[in-house]
Design a protein around this ligand. Sequence first.
Ligand code: ADP
Length: 416
Amino acid sequence: MLVSMLATSLAVLIALQIAKPLRQLTKASRDLIDIDESTISTGSSKDEIFQLTQTFNHMALSINQKLSDLETERAKLSTILQEMSDGVIITDRQGTIQLINKAAINLFKVSQAEPIGLTLIEVTRQHQIVELLESCAKNNKTQKVSFEILKTKQFVQAIASPGSDATPSLFLFIFHDITQERKSELTRRDFISNVSHELRQPLAAIKLLSETLLDGAFDDLPSAKHFLQQIDNEVDSLNNLVNELLELSRAEAGHINLELRAVNSLDLLEKIHERLHLLAEQDNINLVIDCPAVLPLIKADKLRLEQVFLNLVHNAIKFSHPGGEILMKAEVGDTELIFSVHDDGIGISEEDLPLVFERFFKADRSRSGVGTGLGLSVARYMVEAHGGKIWAESRQGMGSTFFFTIPFLNSPLTLP
Ligand code: ADP
């Protein structure tokens, strides 16, 4: 009897001892998943093990839900990071890469298949980034630097920030491609220096001529006339420069208002011939029209098109040898007329050919008085505003041919 009572008491004691931590575990689990104790039904489930099982099931469900929410968030962030156009790299204090996105891989032309775990210098080959990390870690502040990527010649701005309180040992790098901004800035600076240079030359000539006149040449009528004529020429070239600059700035701002009408190209070719054949003949150059007797009408702004032609034929005369021949052609294409101006003059070298439509480009800088270097860039804008294309073929010493297309009257206008 005593033995059985002892056994029963022992069993109750053991049960109580087991039940206590079980209850504590159950409560802790409920707290963990935010289950209100009062909402738990006690009914037939007084049994602690049953309650613990139930709570664990709840907990498993809740943890699964939280994990899946976290996974969704992680996937969203990862997509944003990978699709960002800016490069992103996260490293530790030693510069070991913890994360790198697609844009950064492309920007630095990373060759390693698995860059995670490698160092910044191994992956990017840019010492500036390592210096940036040093400075960011030392000052514990966001730091910036701009540099050129050796492999691609692109310019980037890199911003390094120290990690937040939650990630104090990590550093975030953002790389923004500023190649285009830098190019525009350089072009702007180039433009100003080119304009100044182009203005200085005729202004210096006018100054010299007027000083010569004031110094006495004025009293000698034939010399005075000669100097005044030269001044007049210089003023013409200044005028030309200013007009071309205005045209160019209007074109670049997208302010070319074309008056598109049906244009008869034969009339146009004849008009150009009439205007320039005497100038060509002065250099013993023969200006010839070569085209079918009937041509389809084109859709064009007649004055602008004349300007393009005048420029091309002027150049052809300027860069031809005496006794040469210039051919103005029009051929029928699929949806457009293909015009061309061919000369047998000095030609353009292979390396200069892709540059001739650039602003202020002159193959021979020493012939500074000869032109502004703007004519072809204006012509390109005009042709493209018509929905056409312009290009050149040439070989040094073998002459040049400049082509451009203008759509037929009835073809839909395709603007660039
Ligand atoms: P420019 O006013 O100097 O003629 P353009 O823009 O019309 O300016 O031409 C740019 C440069 O392209 C010229 O300075 C010349 O070097 C080259 N070029 C243009 N047309 C010809 C041509 N027909 N033959 C040889 N070189 C040419």
